[in-house]
Design a protein around this ligand. Structure first.
Ligand code: GDP
Ligand code: IMO
Ligand code: MG
Length: 431
């Protein structure tokens, strides 16, 4: 009956979608609590690959009720295009529920996202361009639009007008663009109201009642610890709380109800977009890892930056999220190395640093101190128990466990749902 949070422990794309799908087989609810269609999850079931962005990965499990929580930002056009795509692939989307407090990404915020990147020039974030940052900024600025506003035309029109006034000034005066007509935007959004209505519900009430009934709830995080607005590599982050605390604020469920917090990490590291990345490989070794791991973004198609496992990041993720379990994915990608470097600490201006430095310049200067672990050549994609792994692969996992300060409960050895080793089942009541 547990409530379990799944979060990214690195810079995103760790395989959260696969893990949600895996345990989604045995849960009743999957609630997405942050982010929007900046996320991209590839889930492979019986040879069929599904690309998910806004809709929780739980949609692929027939018994799950998938939920978009209040902490998510919703692009209505994307919502319905994903629903249409999944429906034509035979997936029942009528179960999907949306919090009436979730914010809407209005079309003008996609324009603002691009303009903000243009203004930053060389210091750009490398966003996904989906309007995520401006929409969370509007939320904090109290000029956002919520799902419930769709059901009161005059309120919606009024809110669009006041939000757009300032943005039109910027678009016209700073960038020489034509102003956007608020009535046109309102009409576009209102056109979705009837289709959205049957999905809308009180997320906090429904999920707390489900927990009261003893049902199992999985809170699905988008993005990751190092992209968190408070705890990530600010300003090279996304604009939401992707860490475990976000699961509570993003759904209306209190922290005392949570049983497990699971951090997902790759056996190495990737990052998309700009920002510091101490273990990054900028040479042919990085290309090799990118090819072997198929590291190309599912949202923007950008090649992902690649590097070795960073245990300083892993320890930080354990601390910030209060992790009870770690899932290490893509161990199979590391097959064939003689020695595998693992970053155990940083050298910052000549000093050894074991914990994540809060000082941004220090982190920019950090160079990895590596430990070299012996590799393996055996194909591990068919391994289904820890004992099936070669000794060096087991030792690699045990070392990551030691360095991360959290037990490794599940190991991924392939993209398929079945290509998984479970050491400690994630749905047991308490860690
Ligand atoms: P997410 O955003 O955290 O859900 O991760 P993505 O789906 O963006 O990226 C993870 C990629 O790795 C996807 O293409 C998955 O199919 C794939 N994947 C997940 N786990 C494994 C694994 O254990 N081994 C391999 N080879 N691929 C995996
Ligand atoms: P999933 O859920 C990897 C990155 C972008 C950019 C920064 C800010 O698939 O792990 P944004 O559009 O959110 O304002 O971009 O965050 N980013 C991700 N990187 N995986 C993601 O999601 C990401 N979502 C955003 O590349 O650097
Ligand atoms: Mg992804």
């Amino acid at each position: 009956m547990p409530a379990i949070i799944v979060v990214g422990a690195q810079w995103g794309d760790e395989g959260k979608g696969k893990v949600t799908d895996l345990i989604g087989q045995d849960v009743d609810w999957v609630v997405k609590f942050n982010g929007g269609n900046n996320a991209g999850h590839t889930v492979v079931v019986d040879g069929t690959s599904y690309g998910l962005h806004l809709i929780p990965a739980g949609i692929l499990s027939p018994r799950v009720t998938p939920v978009i929580g209040n902490g998510v930002v919703v692009d209505l056009e994307v919502l319905f295009s994903e629903i249409n795509q999944l429906t034509s692939a035979g997936i029942d989307c009528t179960r999907l529920r949306i919090s009436d407090n979730a914010h809407i990404i209005p079309p003008y915020n996609k324009v603002m996202d691009g303009l903000s990147e243009r203004s930053l020039g060389e210091r750009k974030i490398g966003t996904t361009g989906r309007g995520i940052g401006p929409t969370y900024a509007d939320k904090m600025n109290r000029i956002g639009l919520r799902i419930q506003d769709l059901f009161d035309e005059s309120i919606l029109r009024q809110k669009v007008r006041s939000a757009l006034a300032g943005k039109n000034n910027v678009m016209v005066n700073d960038f020489g663009l034509d102003p956007i007509d608020p009535e046109g935007v309102a009409n576009e959004l209102l056109a979705y109201a009837e289709r959205v209505k049957p999905m809308v519900f009180d997320c906090s009430l429904a999920i707390n009642r489900a927990l009261d009934r003893g049902e199992t709830v999985l809170f699905e995080g988008g993005q990751a610890t190092m992209l968190d607005i408070d705890h990530g590599t600010y300003p090279f982050v996304t604009s939401s709380n992707c860490t475990s605390g976000g699961a509570c604020t993003g759904t209306g469920v209190g922290p005392t109800r949570i049983d497990r917090v699971v951090g997902i990490t790759k056996a190495y590291t990737t990052r998309v977009g700009e920002g510091p990345f101490p273990t990054e490989l900028l040479d042919a070794e990085g290309d090799k890892l990118r090819e072997a791991g198929g590291e190309f973004g599912v949202t923007t198609g950008r090649p992902r930056r690649t590097g070795w496992f960073d245990a300083v990041v892993a320890r930080y993720a354990t601390r910030i999220n209060g992790l009870t379990d770690v899932v290490v994915t893509k161990l199979d990608v590391l097959t064939g190395y003689d020695k595998i470097p693992v970053c155990v600490a940083y050298d910052i201006d000549g000093e050894r640093v074991d914990e994540m430095p809060n000082d941004q310049s220090a982190f920019h200067h950090a160079t990895p101190i590596f430990e070299y672990l012996p590799g393996w050549n055996e194909d591990i994609t068919q391994a289904r128990s820890f004992d099936d792994l070669p000794e060096n692969a087991r030792a690699y996992i045990e070392r990551l466990e030691e360095l991360s300060g959290c037990r490794v409960s599940v190991i991924g050895v392939g993209a398929e749902r079945a290509a998984t080793i479970v050491r400690h089942p994630l749905l047991d009541q308490r860690a």
